[in-house]
Design a protein around this ligand. Structure first.
Ligand code: F6P
Length: 417
């Protein structure tokens, strides 16, 4: 049973178009993937739901008493919900709004402290106008606030809204508060009074996040000899069809996108699949396939026949089932955590050549799928998955590069698994 004091309210701070929602989603996705109950409470959504879309810039004028009162009411409704959720089921609530004045933040701190919830302020500051401009055009004009509004009118209105917020903006500076300031999309990060393992993890994520948009490709290795025989694990070489896939993959990236790096596991089938690439390649043990322990090298039928208790335990809880002397999916998630931070640090396009279980876990992180779903994500052979992270998750495209490999029944876990 967790004490209430372990509950955390993360208060986002920043002018409009500073990437607060992008950051909040990133933190939320990361925490959920690590198995924590995290949820975003976005004040803009509360406003749209209760007061309607298309509020003009004047509504956000700090000198407009009606607008200010209405905004205060929706902000408090979102805060009440966040604190109630933390009291009942949540661990980390992300309170996504501008929270741009000291008075507003003092109020949030007081409300949270009253119910034993710790507060971390995460402020996004941009001195670089280029970043703000990119945020405005890439995300804000697609915001529900401007649906159906001509781009030039939306742009002028949104710029006016930013100016109005600037008039009252006060940066977080109180040395007694717990805060992280992310400056110019992560070029500089200031950390103040952050204590405890969970907050330390969030800070590690923020320290490593570059917030640049770039493509990540995921692929399993080409078909291996073990795949042909329906055997799991092992360290076998590619089959002839697997070799064809390796060639097709190399050709698909000809010419390679600028800055492309290739990451593989340390297993022979993954390294062979990437060997036609002339760009920098890095081998990571963290990308090695789930360790099937005593079942390594067996078919699913053999496991069901020789160790029916293992087969049914796995079918009952595939996420937590740990192969004797091997790993569970949750173990795979844990060992991938440092790799995720490394991936977040990269600013160039990255191709990851790995294995079914590991790619399922990575995919869940990248698209924001709950970790419970990851053992069941479809991850067929000879298919290239292209992911472009955005503020809401990832845009996704799957390309079959050679003729489809029919996964034989012996290559599939028993139904329900
Ligand atoms: O069958 C190929 C494989 O990569 C095995 O090495 C691994 O044990 C398995 O897939 C993981 O998939 P599942 O968790 O569905 O058994």
């Amino acid at each position: 049973m967790q004490r209430r004091a372990d509950r955390i309210l993360i208060v986002m701070v920043g002018l409009p178009a500073r990437g607060k929602s992008f950051l909040a989603r990133k933190i939320c996705r990361y925490l959920r993937w690590l198995g924590h109950a995290a949820r975003i409470f976005n004040v803009g959504s509360y406003r749209r739901e209760r007061l309607g879309d298309h509020k003009p810039a004047a509504f956000f004028d700090p000198n407009n008493p009606e607008g200010s009162e209405a905004r205060q009411l929706v902000a408090d409704a979102a805060l009440d919900d966040a604190l109630r959720w933390l009291k009942t089921e949540g661990t980390v609530a992300l309170y996504d709004a501008t929270n741009s004045t000291r008075a507003r933040r003092a109020h949030l701190l007081e409300q949270a402290t009253r119910v034993d919830v710790r507060v971390l302020f995460v402020e996004s500051i941009c001195h670089d106008e280029g970043i703000v401009e990119a945020n405005i055009s890439e995300t804000k004009l697609r915001s529900p606030d401007y649906v159906g509004v001509p781009a030039d009118i939306a742009l002028a209105d949104f710029r006016r809204r930013i100016e109005l917020y600037e008039q009252a903006y006060e940066s977080v500076s109180d040395p007694l508060l717990s805060f992280v300031q992310v400056i110019d999309a992560g070029r500089q990060v200031v950390v103040n009074r952050v204590e405890g393992p969970l907050l330390a993890r969030i800070v590690a994520l923020l320290l490593n996040s570059r917030l640049t948009r770039r493509t990540i490709w995921l692929t399993r290795h080409g078909e291996s000899v073990f795949n042909m025989r329906g055997r799991i694990g092992g360290n076998s070489v590619l089959s002839p069809r697997g070799e064809d896939y390796a060639l097709a993959l190399g050709r698909h990236f000809e010419p390679p996108p600028a800055g492309l790096v290739v990451w593989t596991s340390t297993l022979a089938r993954a390294m062979a699949t990437a060997r036609h690439f002339l760009v920098p390649r890095t081998e990571w043990r963290q990308l090695d396939e789930i360790d099937a322990g005593v079942c390594d090298g067996m078919t699913y039928e053999e496991i069901a026949r020789n160790s029916p208790e293992l087969a049914s335990a796995r079918a009952a809880d595939k996420l937590r089932f740990r192969y004797p002397q091997g790993e569970s999916y949750l173990d795979v998630v844990r060992r991938l955590e440092p790799l995720i931070l490394e991936l977040e640090r990269q600013t160039t396009p990255t191709l990851i050549v790995s294995h079914q279980a590991v790619l399922r876990a990575l995919y869940a992180y990248l698209v924001g799928e709950p970790v419970e779903h990851c053992p069941h994500v479809a991850m067929p052979l000879h298919t290239l998955l292209e992911l472009v992270p955005n503020a809401y998750g990832s845009d996704e495209r799957r390309t079959l590069l050679t003729s489809r490999i029919e996964e034989r029944p012996s290559m599939m876990p028993p139904s329900g698994a």
